[in-house]
Design a protein around this ligand. Structure first.
Ligand code: ZN
Length: 342
């Protein structure tokens, strides 16, 4: 079968033939329909510091996917051939204190598909049955492929109640835009999305985020009058990883405000901890998704009318992966999807 593989410890990726995986007793074999390109995949392609530390070659990459079950391992129950699925790409240990308590999202021994173990950018993908999420059959195949990053957005945006609150979201990448959509869907009073890219803010605006601010040009304080804000924002969702975004957010929170952090900084960030203390702010780190509560929430939100399809801006056949990665890596696009069907 064809797979997109990090073959060597250097920049680049290759589309090569690899053996089709055989299915272990507790695994299912999935015929991949679509894969999404994550920022992580771009890091692996570019072979930056994180990738060098994390990925051993050769490695099939990719963790955002949708597809159909074509084979069941002999011990698998509760799943059927033909089901339309995605999967939780974090393989947890099952034995640590968190796992035993049912809090698998905070397992300290997690392995990630597409970087620690082989991933889903391939025609077929074998996954433990316990990591499979079954979609309703009518769900759009492209949208199903981005349930992993949608789950990141949902997990972050549901950390704190947004109903009737003023919410600041920093970072208009695909996950930031989806987090803003989820905050709006929850009935926030105002959702303000910031970035320094007009292209990304324009995309956000087109798909339903009414309040966007290019903080490279406009001061956040300038929107207060327009939105009737007095003391600042109640909830912050930091999705960019940019140090300035977090320090600005801390400056614009109400006393007692709550911030969820998903964007990953590439270096240490200096913050004014006295402000966090005296303003009684909460900073909550967020990673991954709750397994599987976040998947349930994302599925319920989509079936209730949350439309995230507009965040997908580019679609390619897998054979065009080099062009797809170039688009995904330029920092201007929304989500980039690759089609693995003929
Ligand atoms: Zn564990």
């Amino acid at each position: 079968m064809k797979a997109i593989v990090k073959t060597r410890a250097e920049q680049g990726l290759e589309l090569i033939d690899v053996p089709t995986p055989t299915v272990g007793p507790n695994q299912v074999l999935i015929k991949v329909s679509r894969t999404g390109i994550c920022g992580t995949d771009v890091h692996i392609q570019k072979w930056d510091g994180w990738a060098r530390k994390t990925v051993k070659t050769p490695r099939v990459i990719g963790h955002e996917f949708s597809g159909h079950i074509v084979e069941l391992g002999e011990l698998v129950t509760g799943l059927e051939v033909g089901q339309f699925v995605s999967g939780e790409g974090h393989y947890v240990c099952g034995r640590c204190r968190a796992c035993l308590a049912g809090r698998r999202e905070v397992c300290g021994n997690t392995l990630g598909i597409g970087y620690h173990v082989d991933g889903a950018m391939s025609e077929y993908f074998a996954m433990p049955a316990g990591n499979v999420w079954v979609h309703p059959g009518e769900l759009d195949r492209d949208v199903a492929a981005i349930f992993d990053p949608l789950g990141n957005a949902v997990h972050t945006a549901l950390q704190f109640p947004c109903l009737a609150e003023d919410v600041l979201v920093s970072g208009a990448g695909p996950i930031g835009i989806m987090a803003a959509l989820v905050a709006q869907f929850q009935g926030a009073r105002n959702v303000v999305l910031t970035d320094v890219s007009d292209q990304r803010l324009d995309l956000a605006h087109r798909i339903g985020i009414s309040q966007t601010v290019n903080v490279g040009r406009e001061a956040l304080r300038d929107v207060y009058g327009r939105l009737g804000l007095v003391e600042g924002f109640d909830v912050g969702l930091e999705m960019s990883g940019a140090p300035a975004a977090l320090t600005t957010m801390i400056d614009h929170m109400v006393h007692g405000g709550r911030i969820a952090l998903l964007g990953t900084p590439v270096a240490n960030v200096e913050i004014d901890l006295a402000k966090v203390i005296f303003n009684m702010l909460t900073l909550q780190g967020v990673t991954g998704r709750r397994i599987f509560e976040t998947w349930y929430q994302a599925s319920a939100l989509v079936s209730s009318g949350l439309d995230v399809s507009g965040v997908i801006t580019h679609r390619f056949h897998y054979s065009e992966f080099e062009e797809a990665f170039a688009v995904a890596g330029d920092g201007k696009s929304g989500k980039v999807i690759m089609n693995w069907e003929d």
